[in-house]
Design a protein around this ligand. Structure first.
Ligand code: OAD
Length: 227
């Protein structure tokens, strides 16, 4: 079976009703990212940070995968597919994709503030001050904040190098190290990029730029890939 590897970003969830990061004038759902997505923001105001992710979680319970998520899952009928996503929502899983790697963490998980290996599922949508891990320390969202290491990168690099087909969908490719994955794609692989506002990609062979929304772009390449 040929291998498809997908790098997805906020744009793949846009048509499900989740806002992207950089289409909103530097604010993320009305908040400064430095207040809600950095270790410094957490040190300053834990209640604000917890509430911010509680609201995102609540919203995520209400949104559904769109046609792009569903087509990506359907590609498993013919290919070995791994989705490497920068998104913290669970829409790829809801659409039944089997192999999803979350580079920037997961909204529906929490983790200990004294042992990063203690990670828990969040039931419902709320994480509160006083919700502690088994060692007694406050739980924080299981999200990779700005300035923090991206633990899944090494695994992701290895997977990307083996791709026969690589699909970049709905990402501005401005956040590193995630954006550097594109540099690890084999010269022989087909590289598809789907975005209504195409990110910068260095010219190369087998490059297919599809200047469309995630759903329209995936419908287009479904016909090519399932032929
Ligand atoms: P961005 O907000 O930077 O980029 C979203 C991309 O989606 C842009 O290129 C848009 O043109 C595109 N887009 C918008 N609507 C679309 C649609 N309907 N279909 C397809 N594409 C569409 O989001 P990311 O690249 O995902 O990190 O951002 C990367 C990281 O920056 C995030 O994971 C997050 C953020 O800070 C952390 O939280 C650590």
């Amino acid at each position: 079976m040929k291998k498809i590897v997908v790098l997805s970003g906020a744009g793949v969830s846009a048509e499900s009703g989740i806002k992207t990061f950089r289409d909103n004038g530097g604010l993320w759902e009305g908040f400064d990212v430095m207040d809600v997505a950095t270790p410094e923001g957490w040190a300053k105001n834990q209640a604000l940070v917890l509430d911010f992710y509680n609201q995102r979680r609540k919203q995520s319970h209400e949104v559904m995968p769109n046609e792009a998520h569903k087509i990506l899952a359907k590609l498993e009928d013919k290919y070995e597919v791994t989705i490497i996503t920068q998104n913290v929502d669970n829409l790829h899983e809801k659409a039944s994709s089997s192999n999803v790697i979350h580079l920037h963490g997961e909204l529906f998980k929490s983790r200990s503030t004294i042992d990063e290996n203690l990670v828990y599922e969040i039931e419902g949508w709320e994480l509160k001050i006083g919700d502690n891990c088994e060692l007694g320390s406050q739980l924080r969202p299981h999200i990779v904040w700005f300035g923090e290491m991206v633990p899944m990168m090494e695994i992701a690099y290895k997977i990307v190098q083996k791709a026969d087909i690589f699909i970049v969908i709905g990402t501005s490719l401005v956040v590193y190290p995630a954006a550097s994955l594109v540099d690890y794609v084999s010269e022989k692989a087909e590289l598809y990029v789907i975005d209504p506002n195409l990110p910068h990609i260095s010219p190369r062979s087998h490059l297919h730029l599809i200047e469309k929304s995630a759903t329209a772009g995936m419908k287009e390449i479904l016909n090519i890939l399932m032929k």
